[in-house]
Design a protein around this ligand. Structure first.
Ligand code: SF4
Ligand code: SF4
Length: 392
């Protein structure tokens, strides 16, 4: 590894980076209907991957997070293994802990892959939308063949991973919200307890679909509560995050929380072409320029050199505002969103806001926390919320 090059290009970059998303490739074996990745057949090089690791470890001693994504990162499993081994060596040298996550479509798995993920204690996030009809409606290959069977077949591997480390990323689509609760239950029934509910971006919602979404979501909340009473814990990402943020105040959890932090600390993305960006959607060229910070080979743009984060300075205040304004996906500012009521929020592309940040989630988180004060099953649930967070 060319350490001197790394030292030079990062020498005037002062920010402590705690989390990097490494997008190993923009290739994918699927062609999902709502995919926003502009696939140009680019893969991240090993040297660029190692350089990103150096950037992560450059400053700060606390826990670091490396998150592998794509396209489909399992297509680059060889490079992934080498980057992880390198990162582990660096972590040992610097007496720093490193946590790994991979975001995968779940279609590529075998014993070797699973053993590796277990050995390095990976959190594994699998995109899966429940029953065959719901999943295959949008997640298929280039010939239109659904990916449900491949994923179900691979569960025999994924189930070897400890359940805390397995997370299903459940994509919500307006055309399937009526069945959403059934799909949610199906995922729980086949043995998964951690679910991220994310709405598909860029699709239109009408008021019928929106009402179905609300109804389904209320049913999901009841299902989670009934299961807690049976001492069975199902964690749903956004309420779980809120509980941590508002009540437990976990020191581990620092991103997407609306707190005053320099966004470079926890939102850095390294793309397959080596660009450093603040937004994963830079994989779709539309937002590239707005979020470009530099390149992994040449270092950061001049605007970010010499920066020192000071939450009280007008420079940082303006910088964060500017990024928020640009980032159409920066709505995950929970505290601000608390002020948005379901009645006032707009229907349409902002349905993701309603789901993620609305009163529904706030009141649910509040309910769980209130119950935890008087019921030890809820108390155990609230404490367990922390274990499903992955720092992203
Ligand atoms: S699995 Fe992900 S990257 Fe691949 S086509 Fe689907 S949405 Fe796009
Ligand atoms: S000016 Fe912006 S990038 Fe620089 S430290 Fe402040 S918030 Fe971070």
């Amino acid at each position: 590894m060319n350490d001197s090059l790394n030292k030079k290009i990062y020498s005037n970059f002062n920010i402590v980076v705690d989390q990097i998303w490494l997008s190993l490739t923009d290739r994918c074996n699927l062609a999902c209907e709502y995919c926003c990745v502009n696939k140009k057949n680019e893969d991240l090089g090993l040297e660029e991957g190692k350089s990103a690791v150096n950037l992560l470890f450059r400053k700060g001693k606390k826990r670091k997070y490396l998150i592998f994504s794509g396209g489909e990162p399992m297509l680059c499993f060889g490079i992934l293994k080498r980057i992880v081994r390198y990162a582990n060596r660096e972590a040992r040298k610097r007496k720093t802990e490193i946590k790994y996550t991979i975001v995968t479509n779940g279609t590529i798995a075998n014993k070797e892959i699973t053993d590796f993920l277990i050995k390095f204690n990976f959190k594994v996030i699998i995109s899966f939308s429940g029953q065959r009809e719901s999943h295959d409606a949008f997640r298929y290959d280039r010939k239109g063949k659904g990916s449900y069977d491949l994923i179900i077949n691979n569960f025999k591997y994924f189930k070897k991973i400890k359940s805390d480390n397995l997370i299903i990323s459940f994509m919500i689509h307006p055309q399937r919200v009526k069945q959403m609760f059934e799909d949610f239950k199906f995922i729980c029934e086949i043995g998964f307890n951690n679910l991220y509910l994310c709405s598909v971006s860029g699709v239109e919602w009408n008021s019928g679909a929106y009402n179905d979404l609300k109804e389904s979501y209320v049913k999901i909340q009841k299902h989670v509560v009934n299961n807690i009473k049976k001492n069975k814990f199902i964690y749903v990402l956004f309420p779980t995050r809120l509980i941590n943020q508002l009540y437990v105040k976990s020191s581990e959890y620092y991103s997407c929380d609306g707190s005053a932090n320099c966004p470079l600390e926890f939102r850095l993305r390294v793309l397959p072409n080596g660009n450093i960006s603040l937004n994963l959607f830079s994989l779709n060229e539309l937002v590239v320029d707005d979020f470009m910070l530099g390149t992994i080979k040449e270092g950061f743009l001049e605007a970010y050199l010499g920066c020192e984060f000071d939450p009280n300075s007008s420079k940082c205040g303006l910088c964060i505002k500017n990024l928020e304004r640009k980032d159409k996906r920066y709505e995950y500012d929970f505290l601000k969103m608390k002020e948005i009521s379901l009645e006032n929020a707009k229907i349409g592309k902002e349905a993701n806001l309603l789901l993620c940040d609305s009163e529904l989630n706030f009141s649910f988180a509040e309910h769980l926390f209130r119950e935890s004060k008087k019921d030890k099953r809820f108390n155990k649930y609230v404490k367990g919320c922390e274990s499903v967070l992955w720092g992203a």
